[in-house]
Design a protein around this ligand. Structure first.
Ligand SMILES: NC(=O)c1ccc[n+]([C@@H]2O[C@H](COP(=O)([O-])OP(=O)(O)OC[C@H]3O[C@@H](n4cnc5c(N)ncnc54)[C@H](OP(=O)(O)O)[C@@H]3O)[C@@H](O)[C@H]2O)c1
Length: 312
């Protein structure tokens, strides 16, 4: 009989809870946690086959956690958006942890629905059905009403116009994080060199009070935002990402949807309606990644290098 796969969770929030529930229902998997900050070592020093770190979005804030888990012999999956392609943020830290993982014979993967699927893995899969890729447009409209309050405030919901603007300038209001990482994963796989990435983030205001699951948005506050990222290659727009997040998308004249447009040659248009659910989608991608991260080459890997995530 094969030994069960032990999966430990660090971070006791939404993603860790949802993902651990998915895995608890699977044969051959033993779930440890989710463990909060006060039980850090039970997760990170567990020596589990896989440690899932679902705490923050930022490489700098998870780097020591990744190090400790890898040092204890575990493969790591993290939902930190910057970890989907850590060289975009801090190449020295990425290289250091990559080398540590290689020396321990384990792998590290940053994934979720976005980044990790919608703007990268799925885009690459779609590229398999066209003879050539001239440029890409990926659009996503997301209902944010199921997100936790910390994440909502940080991405830009429930702010006055002034606090949104101030936060955007100071870096505390980020919008959704992960587009440059996805673009670099796709570029890396397609052999496209990205020269620069432009970014825009604009607020969408509520015209009436709106209830989200974790907070209430008052009329006049931000109920969501739009983002547009453009990656340039060879002096032209190569990959455009458009994202609208809103706690009640219909108020902004939108419905959740995903689409991928590949231009060039015969081209391709792939639409998903209604769009992929952010909560169950992320939990599924993470749960469906535990086996592929165990089987991956040692080192820091990206979804562009791995086989598809599948529910096994
Ligand atoms: N790649 C993707 O597709 C994807 C998908 C979903 C989520 N994410 C990201 O994953 C992260 C977790 O999401 P979530 O929805 O689960 O958030 P959440 O519900 O707010 O939960 C976060 C959990 O992590 C803990 N935590 C926060 N900062 C920490 C730190 N520096 N050190 C240790 N623990 C910390 C929190 O503890 P306290 O309550 O004590 O603060 C909480 O238990 C977010 O940054 C989110 O943006 C990415």
């Amino acid at each position: 009989m094969t030994r069960p796969l032990r999966v430990a969770f660090y971070g006791a929030g939404q993603v860790a809870t949802n993902t651990s529930e998915v895995l608890r229902g699977r044969e051959g998997v033993v779930v440890l946690g989710p463990f909060g900050r006060d039980r850090r070592d039970e997760a990170l020093r567990s020596g589990a086959d896989v440690v899932v770190i679902a705490t923050t979005s930022f490489l700098a804030e998870i780097a020591d956690d990744v190090r400790d888990a890898v040092d204890s012999g575990s493969n790591v999956i993290t939902t930190a958006e910057e970890a989907a392609y850590p060289w975009a943020n801090d190449a020295a830290t990425a290289d250091r942890l990559d080398a540590l993982a290689r020396s321990r014979g384990v792998s590290i993967l940053g994934t979720g629905l976005n980044p990790g699927f919608a703007f990268d893995a799925l885009v690459l899969t779609a590229c398999g059905a066209v003879p050539e890729v001239e440029s890409l447009l990926v659009e996503r409209v997301v209902d944010l009403s199921g997100f936790g309050a910390t994440v909502l405030r940080r991405i830009g919901v429930a702010h006055s116009a002034e606090s949104f603007d101030e936060g955007r300038r100071g870096g505390t209001v980020t919008g959704h994080i992960g587009f440059p990482q996805s673009m670099r994963v796709v570029g890396g796989r397609l052999g496209v060199e990205i020269e620069r990435i432009d970014a825009e983030l604009e607020p969408l205001f509520a015209e009436r009070d709106l209830e989200a699951s974790s907070l209430t948005v008052r009329a006049g506050e931000t109920a969501g935002f739009t983002q547009r990222y453009v990656a340039w290659s060879d002096g032209r727009e190569w990959f455009e990402a458009r994202f609208t997040g809103h706690v009640a998308p219909s108020e902004a004249g939108e419905e959740p949807r995903d689409s991928i447009t590949i231009r060039g040659g015969r081209g391709l248009y792939l639409a998903i309606t209604p769009g992929m659910n952010p909560q169950s989608g992320s939990a599924s991608v993470v749960a469906n990644s535990v086996r592929r991260v165990v089987e991956a080459q040692p080192g820091w890997v990206t979804v562009g290098e791995l086989p598809p995530a599948v529910p096994v």
